[in-house]
Write a protein that binds this ligand. Structure first.
Ligand SMILES: O=C(O)c1ccc(O)c(O)c1
Ligand SMILES: [Mg+2]
Length: 585
């Protein structure tokens, strides 16, 4: 299907916007009136610019507060028709009246729209009537359709907007009753479920399909069943998108439409990962502060299990938890601030298929130098730059085993989850990447208090052993690009006891006030207080966890899931953040 986007969805001047959406591969644009009014170019010039970029101007929008007024202002509308002729646009969006003066009458609205449609016909223009969710009288899509039906003019149809329909909880099945040729346009956006005024929700929190909680694909399916054959057009008002790089947001919009189409075709995700093969830390050279990392890993029970024959990379392992330590002093001197998480390896049922799928969703496949002896290992870049490797087991063979005999003790069994801090404005992009490229299922976004701001956090999981947490430092929550790796312990209390005895100072101290509150809420083992273990429970089980101090830009969490607990101890995050801040100020 043709793909379009409203210019309001991306940042910049109108000409910047056109260039960005063309580069992302869109076929057309909806020109938002404000973008045109603020553009120094005459409409004829804008038309040429779009044509040169290979973009059609699919709609000009919006015309507000025109129908069902006590007096119809035909002159204003005629001026817009003149403008549209100069612009080369032949579809005008009229959104439902929000004026207190509007008359509550379908008949009057239909009469006005019929008259406007007949004038439009003289200019070869069509009008698409859209119900805004906060329209004064018309705020339901089926009511807008009833008015269009009543007006009964070939140049008048309806515009369906997924936000207005789904935000009100209307059942989109009713779309199937609208003749496809009367659906002149289809605007798509998603949104997180928020209990707030619908206008504010719409103007600040819309996002691309797949980033929020609406079933946008289901709505599109109804429109296609009705016989809609126009473009799928993204129309997103979002505070972050407005501030972000236009090219990057446009590309992400394109990714969301490609994923939506793949979903409509019923394509199952080809390669949902089964587990973590490894996590790779860069900046681990001795000149990069790697010594303290090695000391911490040794304390945690990791051992040097192998080394890469040609690259400055060591494999450290314990049970099924594998970490690659990469001395990047030579090739990434910018990593001067110590160890940082740079890559994640995922056990994939079909690494080649996973890379092809990632490419189909516009993810950059990373070039890789390898010798003929090395196992093929393909990686794509996640939005925050973390490299994601799709692995079978062959990669392990690249590491010459260390000569020391493996340790008996394996307190830690595997990587439970990895938490990645996202760059500002690209949080939704990351959620869409992990959902569509890796097939992980997002949970709700949480807002967690931090002493200096708020942390936004969203967990994603494969439903099996791959769990990721995306964090975003929000409103001043710090310039702390901390990533962390959570390791699963067999017996966390025993591990904590050993670490306290042998490595005092490695673990984050937890305030006694926390335990006073915890013990008031739950009947817990007194050892938790003694050992600084945090605790959570839900209907399915219990969660015990603790943290190490931060080393460079990374820290470790040790967790134990008891029963079917599926969370991440989010209730305890504010405690952890406060202690970390106290330690770094
Ligand atoms: O927020 C608005 O005013 C607005 C304008 C035009 C649209 O198509 C829309 O969905 C919302
Ligand atoms: Mg709309």
């Amino acid at each position: 299907m043709r793909k379009s986007i409203a210019t309001v969805s991306v940042s910049g001047t109108l000409t910047d916007k056109l260039a960005a959406v063309a580069a992302a591969g869109f076929d057309g644009v909806e020109i938002f009136e404000n973008d045109l009014l603020t553009c120094p170019l005459p409409p004829e010039e804008i038309r040429l610019r779009a044509a040169d970029l290979g973009l059609t101007i699919d709609m000009y929008q919006p015309l507000r507060d025109v129908e069902a007024m006590p007096v119809l202002d035909v002159r204003r509308v005629e001026r817009k028709f003149d403008l549209m002729r100069r612009l080369g646009a032949d579809l005008l969006l009229v959104c439902s009246n929000v004026s207190p003066l509007a008359v509550d009458s379908d008949e009057l609205a239909a009469e006005h729209l019929r008259l406007l449609a007949s004038r439009a016909a003289e200019h070869g223009i069509r009008i698409a009537y859209e119900a805004l969710a906060w329209g004064r009288h018309v705020n339901e899509y089926l009511r807008a359709w009833r008015i269009v039906h009543l007006a009964d003019h070939p140049n008048l149809g309806t515009c369906l907007d997924s936000f207005h329909i789904l935000s009100r909880g209307s059942d989109p099945i009713g779309i199937e009753a609208i003749p496809g040729e009367k659906i002149f346009f289809l605007q798509l956006s998603d949104a997180p479920l928020l209990a707030m005024d619908v206008l504010q929700w719409s103007r600040h929190h819309r996002c691309f399909p797949g980033q929020g909680n609406f079933d946008v694909a289901g709505l599109v399916r109804h429109a296609l069943t009705a016989g809609y054959s126009g473009p799928l057009s993204l129309e997103v008002f979002n505070d972050h998108f407005r501030q972000a790089d236009a090219g990057r947001i446009a590309r992400d919009g394109m990714r969301s439409l490609i994923a939506l189409e793949q979903g409509l075709q019923g394509l199952a995700h080809p390669a949902v990962p089964m587990g973590f093969a490894f996590a790779e830390l860069g900046g681990t050279g001795s000149s990069q502060g790697g010594g303290s990392l090695v000391a911490a890993l040794s304390a945690l029970g990791f051992e040097r299990a192998g080394a890469h024959p040609t690259k400055p990379v060591e494999l450290w392992a314990q049970g099924g938890a594998r970490l690659l330590l990469h001395d990047t002093a030579a090739d990434r001197p910018e990593q001067a601030d110590g160890p940082a998480l740079i890559a994640i390896g995922l056990d994939s049922p079909d690494p080649a298929g996973a890379v092809k799928h990632a490419e189909s969703l516009l993810s950059p496949v990373l070039p890789r130098e390898r010798t003929p002896q090395e196992a093929p290992l393909d990686a794509v870049a996640a939005p925050d730059g973390t490299e994601i490797f799709f692995c079978d087991t062959a990669w392990l063979g690249d590491f010459a085993p260390a000569t020391t005999a493996p340790h008996e003790r394996a307190d830690l069994t595997h990587i439970d989850h990895v938490a990645l801090t996202q760059p500002p404005h690209y949080f939704d992009e990351a959620a869409l990447f992990y959902r569509t490229v890796l097939g992980l299922r997002p949970q709700e976004s949480l807002e967690l208090p931090d002493p200096y701001g708020l942390l936004r956090s969203r967990a994603m999981s494969s439903g099996g052993d791959v769990r990721m947490v995306l964090n975003l430092a929000q409103v001043g929550a710090g310039d702390t690009p901390w990533q962390h790796i959570a390791l699963a312990a067999r017996d966390l209390t025993a591990t904590a006891r050993r670490l306290h005895a042998e490595h005092p100072g490695l673990l984050l101290p937890i305030p006694a006030n926390y335990y006073d509150d915890l013990e008031a809420r739950h009947d817990v083992d007194p050892a938790l207080r003694e050992l600084g273990i945090l605790y959570d429970r839900d209907e399915d089980g219990e969660f015990l966890h603790l943290y190490t101090v931060t080393i460079g830009r990374v820290f470790f969490e040790i967790v134990q899931r008891v029963g079917g607990y599926q969370g991440y101890g989010a209730v305890n995050a504010p405690i952890r953040l406060a202690v970390q801040h106290a330690g770094s100020h």
